[in-house]
Design a protein around this ligand. Structure first.
Ligand code: GTP
Ligand code: MG
Length: 295
């Protein structure tokens, strides 16, 4: 994971000598290039290299290799910190806490619903899933399989039925049983499929989710940013889940998604098993991008 980022960062230096020094004039361009090649968007890479240059200015001209890594680290951290922190959904302010998942098809919505249900259940919460993807063939069977596997309740109707009425029934189910969470799976939306956009808006109106999470697949690279912007304009969401990070060699995408969409990352998907989910921590991420020794 993220080995590309560590290689590119290591490539800024011409030797392994940690005392090698740099002039300020050499810094910006090299950092910028390394970031863009690691899947950081151009505008975010510019921002980080600008912040880095300012740090160098403060430290007065020449700096060593290890100082430079720590400067880039601080710059990346300040970009991540510029986005609001996620709300602590492990201590939800009300019951049931309703979470709706959005995203294009194949991004990992249903898998993330199953993973999050597993995580919440392991912490003693009672969870019901809403099978609100009534659109794709096999979707109801897939979530039925997961609900059995994870051991949580599921509310489903037949294929082709109104997804918002499934969500409504799932919420009623949770209220009647004083359950903690309702997780609403939805149909994958092809960009610019008007009907599905209207369907998502209707689910949002009916279910009034406490939190709407957009699932973005790290495998699609910079396209994830375009998807994020389209969902922002069409439907709106509160936070991100970045899936398939285990397949992300380049590493820099998450920084750009956070910064450009101005939304916090709540969870990351790190594999295909139900346990492969983590609450996002910028420390975890930064420690992987900037380990003690670069590749
Ligand atoms: N490697 C890896 N694979 C993942 C991850 N999350 C999901 N997948 C895989 O991605 C594929 C699609 O996942 P789904 O959960 O069905 O995606 P979806 O968004 O519900 O897709 P639709 O129902 O078609 O809209 C599956 O093969 C999952 O196993 C992850 O974090 N890492
Ligand atoms: Mg699905």
């Amino acid at each position: 994971m993220f080995e590309g980022f560590r290689k590119k960062l290591g490539g800024i230096f011409s030797s392994r000598n940690r005392e090698e020094t740099f002039k300020k004039s050499e810094l910006g361009g090299r950092v910028f290039e390394a970031l863009v090649e690691s899947d950081v968007s151009v505008s975010v890479a510019e921002k980080i290299s600008d912040i880095s240059e300012k740090y160098v200015e403060k430290s007065g001209g020449k700096i060593t290799q290890s100082q430079m890594v720590s400067i880039i680290r601080k710059s990346v951290q300040s970009v991540l910190d510029s986005v609001d922190a996620p709300q602590d959904i492990m201590k939800p302010p009300r019951k049931p806490f309703i979470i709706m998942f959005l995203g294009v098809n194949g991004g990992g919505k249903t898998t993330t619903v199953a993973k999050l249900a597993t995580l919440l259940k392991s912490r003693g919460s009672r969870v019901v899933l809403s099978a609100s993807d009534t659109f794709r063939a096999g979707a109801i069977e897939q979530i039925t399989h997961w609900s059995k596997e994870v051991g949580v309740d599921l509310v489903k109707h037949e294929k082709g039925s109104d997804p918002s009425s499934v969500a409504y029934d799932a919420i009623t189910h949770a209220v009647a049983r004083k359950m903690d969470y309702v997780l609403i799976d939805t149909a994958g939306r092809m960009q610019n499929n008007k009907n599905l956009v209207e369907e998502m808006k209707k689910i949002k109106r009916v279910a009034k989710p406490d939190l709407t999470l957009l699932i973005l697949d790290a495998m699609v690279g910079q396209d994830a940013l375009l998807q994020g912007k389209a969902f922002m304009d069409d439907i709106g969401f509160d936070g991100l889940v970045i899936t398939k990070l285990d397949t992300d060699a380049k590493g820099g995408l998450l920084i750009s998604l956070c910064y450009e969409l101005r939304k916090p990352v709540y969870f990351i998907g790190t594999g295909q098993r139900v346990e492969d989910i983590m609450e996002f921590s910028s420390k975890w991420y930064m420690d992987r991008l900037f380990p003690d020794s670069l590749d």
